[in-house]
Design a binder for this molecule. Sequence first.
Ligand SMILES: [Zn+2]
Ligand SMILES: [Zn+2]
Ligand SMILES: [Zn+2]
Length: 247
Amino acid sequence: MKVTLLGTGDAIGTPKIGCKCPACSDALRGGRSRRLRFSVLVESDEDEGKVLIDTSPDLRWQLLKKDIASVDGVIWTHAHYDHYAGFGDFHRVQRHVDVYALKGTMDYILNYLYFLKPLRHDVSAYEPFEIAGMEFTLFRVDHPPTETVGVLVTNGSKRVVITSDTTLEIPEESLDLMRNADLMLADAIMPPGYNLTKHMNAQEAMELARMLGTKNLQLTHLSHLYPPHEIALKTWPLGHDMMEIVL
Ligand SMILES: [Zn+2]
Ligand SMILES: [Zn+2]
Ligand SMILES: [Zn+2]
């Protein structure tokens, strides 16, 4: 299985429009602090298929960079703009895309995208389903007040966990699914020291990974409030855009 971090930024991305902080300056110079909004591409063994987890507002550039003209499915974790708004970029590129989400999330997103007609698959949390030879299980996390799920992807013996946007208050039933992942992509919007009510900071995400026995942790959904990427990397395992992890 191959996992590509198409976008590791938070809702506003880095650089933030108009900001000249160290991370934004690095991003403007083309450094790795530059972050598109959140999307992850998961590819199954032996090229059986591709699944997009979330469709960020930057999706067009992400698909161009990876030369992807079609996918076998799209999974939406929640109905926040930075996680679905780029879906329209499929329009006239790929029709009838299979899309998967909880019912409430799906209702909200397809209302916004009323002019598109993807193939809707309402799924339930904790009930596995299959796309392109990979098994996916959505599990509830805590991102108040919005219904939000993380995603467990299983392909052969490998397990990948994507927390989506969440605080540390993850239900026990979900934590059980998240244990011993070969790779975890975890929301860590800010370094420690900020008061967060909807997200984890880097320290919390690292504690979660340790508690769950995660083999490889990459932090994502990152804001411009970190130091520039190469400096921040000395303290936290930050992912970067277009990072590929082969499992
Ligand atoms: Zn988000
Ligand atoms: Zn900035
Ligand atoms: Zn969110």
